[in-house]
Design a protein around this ligand. Structure first.
Ligand SMILES: [Zn+2]
Length: 305
C-alpha cells in the first residue's frame, strides 16, 4: 500500500516539510488504522451480541470468525497487532449474524469455525479424537483409570468419565499433573509399571504419598484421587431428550436446540426449535464446554423439545 495515497487523519501534518516515510519504515500507528473500505461496515455493526466474519478477496472465503456480546466494540478492538492488521488488509468485507446472547454467539461461532475452518482461526479439533479417563466401577477391584474414546462410547451417557482431551498425550499429561498436585502414585494410576515389592521413584522424592510402599492406604489414595477428579467430571446428559435453552436480548428471543450436549441450531420460538430437533450427531466437546454451565446452572429458561 502506498502511504502517500492513504487518507490523512485531521490534524496530521500534511505539508510539514518532512519527507514522507519510506513505506517499509512507516510508523506503526498507520499500519494499524482500519482500512477505509471496512470502516463503514464497522460503523454499521450493531452494539449487540453475535458473530462476525472477515471475508477474503477470493470467493469471499472466511479468513476469521469471531464472536462478541458487543459486535461493534469488538470489531473496533481488532487492530492490536501486526498480524491482525495483515488479516484486515486481506479482508474484502465483514458480515455479521446477530444472536440473542453470549451462548448463542459461542455456539454459532464454534459451529461455523468447524464448518469453514477459516485461515486465521485456530483449528478446532474434530470430535473423533476425543478421549477421557474412565474410573473403574467400584465393585470391579480395579484402581486405575482407563482411557476411553468418544468414537467407541457415547460420552453423553457414559458414567465415571473425567476430563476431555484431544489426544492420548494430553490426557496422560493431565493425569500426571493431577498426580503431582495431589501426591498420587503413577503406579496405582497405571501410568507406570512398579517393580514387585518396591515403591515408586516418586515416593522416594515424596512426590507420591506412598500408597505403593505402604505409607498410606489404598483407600486414602483413592479418596484423594476421587476428590481431585470431581472438578473435571464429564456430566451425563441430564435430560430425557432434546431441550431448548432460551436466551433473550432486548426484544429478541432465541431458542437453542440441544441434545446430548450437541448443538442442533437456534430458532425464534420453541415451536421452530422443535423442528430442528433431530438425532444428535454424537458427543460434541465444544457444545459440552459451552453448554454445561448454562444447562446445569439453570440461570436460563430450559424447555423440553
Ligand atoms: Zn507411588
Amino acid at each position: 500500500m502506498c502511504k502517500r495515497h492513504s487518507p490523512r487523519s485531521p490534524g496530521s501534518p500534511a505539508n510539514s516539510g518532512r519527507r514522507p516515510p519510506h513505506p517499509e519504515f512507516a510508523p506503526a500507528a498507520d499500519a494499524y488504522a482500519y482500512p477505509q473500505h471496512l470502516r463503514e461496515a464497522i460503523e454499521q455493526a450493531p452494539q449487540a451480541p453475535g458473530i462476525y466474519v472477515f471475508h477474503g478477496a477470493e470467493g469471499g472465503l472466511p479468513l476469521y470468525i469471531g464472536k462478541s456480546v458487543n459486535l461493534r466494540s469488538r470489531l473496533l478492538s481488532h487492530l492490536r497487532n501486526a498480524e491482525e492488521a495483515r488479516m484486515l488488509r486481506q479482508t474484502q468485507r465483514i458480515s455479521f449474524e446477530r444472536t440473542a446472547g453470549e451462548i448463542g454467539a459461542l455456539l454459532l461461532e464454534a459451529r461455523l469455525i468447524k464448518q469453514l475452518q477459516p485461515l486465521y482461526n485456530q483449528k478446532l479439533r474434530r470430535n473423533r479424537q476425543l478421549c477421557a479417563w474412565q474410573m473403574p466401577d467400584a465393585g470391579s477391584g480395579a484402581s486405575a483409570p482407563v482411557l476411553v474414546y468418544s468414537r467407541d462410547l457415547d460420552f453423553a451417557h457414559t458414567p465415571r468419565l473425567f476430563g476431555l482431551y484431544s489426544s492420548r498425550t494430553t490426557a496422560v499429561a493431565a493425569l500426571q499433573a493431577l498426580a503431582d498436585e495431589h501426591q498420587l502414585c503413577y503406579g496405582r494410576l497405571g501410568l507406570e509399571k512398579l517393580a514387585p515389592g518396591r515403591g515408586c521413584f516418586r515416593a522416594m522424592l515424596q512426590h507420591c504419598a506412598g500408597v505403593c510402599c505402604g505409607r498410606e492406604s489404598a483407600q486414602a489414595h483413592d479418596a484423594r484421587l476421587a476428590d481431585a477428579l470431581e472438578a473435571i467430571r464429564v456430566m451425563c446428559w441430564p435430560f430425557a431428550g432434546a431441550v431448548g435453552l432460551v436466551e433473550r436480548w432486548e426484544d429478541e428471543v432465541q431458542v437453542h436446540a440441544v441434545n446430548q450436549w450437541c448443538y442442533l441450531g437456534s430458532a425464534g420460538s420453541v415451536e421452530a426449535a422443535r423442528a430442528l430437533h433431530q438425532q444428535a450427531p454424537g458427543f460434541d466437546a465444544d457444545g459440552y464446554k459451552i453448554l454445561c454451565k448454562p444447562l446445569l446452572g439453570s440461570a436460563l429458561e430450559i424447555v423440553p423439545l
